[in-house]
Design a protein around this ligand. Structure first.
Ligand code: FMN
Length: 203
C-alpha cells in the first residue's frame, strides 16, 4: 500500500495550509493510500545543534519527537510539506525539522548510504500559502524544499501555492484551491501506483 506522510508546519490550527493538507490527504486516501499527518506545533523537538554526531552513523543523537519523524519519513512513499510563508520562508518549526534532517544528509553524502534506508522511488509535494501578492513570494520556499527533497532522494512532484490568502480559513473562499488539493492528492497516488506497476512488469 502507498503510504503518504504529511507534515503540517503552521502554528495556526485549522488555518489555510492545514485545510489544504487535509484535502490533499483526503484525496490520497480516496485512492487507497494509507495517510498520516503530523502537526509540528504539537511536537517537542530541538533545533539542530551541529554537534556532528550524525556523521558517524547517520543517526541524530537528540532523542525527542524528531525520532518519530525520521521513522515516518523512512516509511513513506509520498511526503507532503505544508507551510505558510513567514518572512519569505517556511515557519520556524518546519525549518527546524528540515535542519534536523542533517542526519539523513550525513547518511547520503558522508556514509554513502540511502538517506531513507532504501532506494524505492519516492515523491514529494509542497503546499504553501502567503498573505501578500508579490510575484516571487514562493521562490525561497520552493528552493529550500526542492533542495530538501533532492538530499532525501525524493522526486519533487509539484506544488500548490496560493498568494493573497491571509485570514484563518480564507482559503475556503478560493474558487478552486481545496478541490485542487484533493485532486493533487488523488493524482500523486495514481501516478506512483502506475510507476510501481510498470517497474514490476519490467521486472
Ligand atoms: C510571523 C508571520 C510572518 C508572515 N510573513 C509573511 C510573508 O513574508 N509573506 C506573506 O505573503 N505572508 C506572510 N504572513 C502571512 C501568512 O503567510 C498568511 O496569513 C497565511 O495565510 C497563513 O497560513 P496558515 O493559516 O496556514 O497559518 C506571515 C504571517 C506571520 C504570522
Amino acid at each position: 500500500m502507498v503510504k503518504v506522510f504529511g507534515i503540517a508546519g503552521s502554528p495556526r490550527k485549522n488555518g489555510n495550509t492545514d485545510m489544504l493538507l487535509a484535502e490533499f490527504m483526503r484525496g490520497a486516501a480516496s485512492r487507497g493510500a494509507e495517510v498520516k499527518t503530523v502537526f509540528l506545533r504539537d511536537l517537542q523537538f530541538s533545533t539542530c545543534q551541529h554537534c556532528d554526531a550524525c556523521l558517524k552513523a547517520g543517526i541524530c543523537k537528540i532523542k525527542d519527537d524528531m525520532q518519530m519523524i525520521y521513522k515516518d519519513l523512512e516509511e513513506a512513499d509520498i511526503m507532503v510539506l505544508a507551510s505558510p510563508v513567514q518572512f519569505m520562508g517556511v515557519t520556524a518549526p518546519m525549518k527546524a525539522m528540515i535542519d534536523r534532517c542533517q542526519a539523513l544528509w550525513a547518511r547520503k553524502y558522508v556514509l554513502k548510504t540511502p538517506p531513507l534506508g532504501d532506494t524505492r522511488p519516492r515523491k514529494g509535494f509542497l503546499i504553501s500559502v502567503g498573505g501578500r501578492k508579490i510575484t516571487n513570494l514562493f521562490e525561497p520556499i520552493q528552493a529550500m524544499i526542492k533542495t530538501f527533497f533532492v538530499i532525501l532522494n525524493i522526486k519533487y512532484y509539484g506544488d500548490l501555492l496560493f498568494r493573497e490568502v491571509d485570514a484563518r480559513g480564507a482559503i475556503a473562499q478560493h474558487p478552486t484551491a481545496l478541490r485542487q488539493a484533493f485532486e493533487a492528492g488523488q493524482k500523486i497516488v495514481d501516478d506512483l501506483k502506475q510507476e510501481m506497476e510498470i517497474a514490476k512488469t519490467a521486472g
